[in-house]
Design a protein around this ligand. Structure first.
Ligand code: 0T9
Length: 369
């Protein structure tokens, strides 16, 4: 690998070999220091709202179709942050910190121009397999997002294939007095390319969908280099109503500009707003940046021994907790969410989709407020 530091080449080769034996969960595998990120996966749900303006303005749409288009525009605008931020900040995709059960992350996007404050609440609701639940809400705008996220990974020899599990449901209270609307958002598949070279990056693959309770469906296809065009990171979305009649097609690059016909639909080069988080000194002990503080510091400063020592301490402490719970016949209580075996909203909206979803049922995490 051309981008692997000389002294970590052997470690990288053996990490790649171990990928072949992976059983679906890459998060718990040990990787060489150069590929480690000091950021936990519990911070990732913030990517959903780095364009708080687009999020808030959904409820200002004048009709169900107008609001559906706003949802689609906001969704496409989130992709660049979700899937390229680590490359932009750290030079390549990196391996995030694997959250502990009960880990929390809170943040806000302050009110600006009367759009209202947007609040983010995240909890790691499962460690094995890793599942992160999140709730994002702008009360003034009447827009909220509720979701959870997990991953199943496999290795093809050149790329890591990631199937995302979970879904998100957006709730909108229209400003024009129309009835409350729900939008089911499914998640695309990922391919992590450039692994052999030690400079991984994400390409999106296959398709995802947005299904509204008002009968609109957006089907979004993702392609890399050489499919729709010679460009990477491209998508094509079609908007339909009640399963017939193509109302509009949107296409472009989710890292750049996209069009609806000749008109520019979205330009993702617009600056994004990062979530505002309390200083670590004011955080509780389960809050992500405080919990991982020493590990993150070790990774950032190149003191990998400190990082490894602290990581082991956290993992041992977790193991002991699980043992104590098993011995005492108790289990960990979630703080912000309640697990349900079948998410009713998911079931109803998934059932409206023309291309039926597998699975037809999914777990849900209900925000306790
Ligand atoms: C939900 C997102 C998700 C999380 C990340 C696959 C991945 C962990 C999950 C799916 C967010 O909404 C969007 C973006 C990026 C996804 C990560 C990319 C990635 O590589 C990691 C996996 C677990 C690795 O760390 C692989 C190691 C790799 C960097 C070196 C080979």
């Amino acid at each position: 690998g051309a981008d692997v530091p000389q002294e970590q080449k052997a470690g990288w080769t053996s990490f790649i070999k171990s990928l072949a034996h992976m059983t679906g969960d890459l998060s718990s595998m040990t990787a060489p220091p150069f590929i480690l990120s000091p950021v936990s996966l519990t911070e990732f749900p913030a990517y959903w709202c780095e364009h708080p303006e687009l999020f808030a303005r959904i409820s200002e749409g004048s009709s169900p179709q107008d609001r559906m288009e706003r949802v689609l525009r906001w969704f496409i605008a989130t992709l660049k942050g979700q899937y390229t931020t680590r490359n932009e900040k750290m030079g390549s995709e990196k391996k995030p910190l694997n959250p502990v059960l009960g880990e929390l992350f809170f943040g806000v996007w302050p009110d600006k121009n009367g759009r209202g404050e947007t609040r983010l609440m995240v909890e790691q609701v499962s460690h094995h397999p890793p599942i992160t639940a999140y709730h994002i809400e702008n009360q003034k705008a009447g827009v909220s997002l509720q979701g959870h996220s997990g991953q199943k990974t496999s290795f093809s020899g050149t790329a890591i294939h990631v199937k995302q599990s979970g879904h998100a449901i957006l709730t909108v209270k229209p400003k024009n007095g129309d009835r409350e609307e729900k939008y089911l958002i499914t998640l695309p598949k990922l391919r992590i390319e450039g692994v052999i070279w030690g400079s991984p990056y994400v390409e999106l693959a296959d398709s995802s969908a947005i299904q509204s309770s008002t009968g609109f469906t957006a089907a979004i296809d993702y392609k890399g280099k050489g499919y729709f065009s010679g460009k990477s990171h491209t998508f094509k979305a079609t908007l339909t109503q009640d399963g017939h009649k193509n109302l509009q097609t949107y296409e472009g690059q989710w890292t750049g500009v996209s069009h609806a016909g000749k008109q520019v639909f979205l330009d993702t080069s617009a600056p994004k707003e990062e979530v505002v988080v309390k200083p670590i000194s004011e955080q509780g002990e389960w809050e992500s940046r405080r919990l991982w503080e020493k590990v993150a510091r070790g990774i950032r400063s190149g003191n990998y021994d400190e990082a490894a020592k602290e990581k082991t301490r956290i993992e041992n402490e977790q193991r002991q907790r699980r043992k104590d719970e098993a011995a005492g016949g108790t289990s960990w209580d979630l703080k912000l969410f309640e697990h349900v075996d079948s998410d009713e909203e998911y079931r109803k909206l998934a059932d409206m989709l023309h291309d039926k979803l597998t699975p037809p049922h999914e777990d849900g995490f209900v925000f306790k407020g």
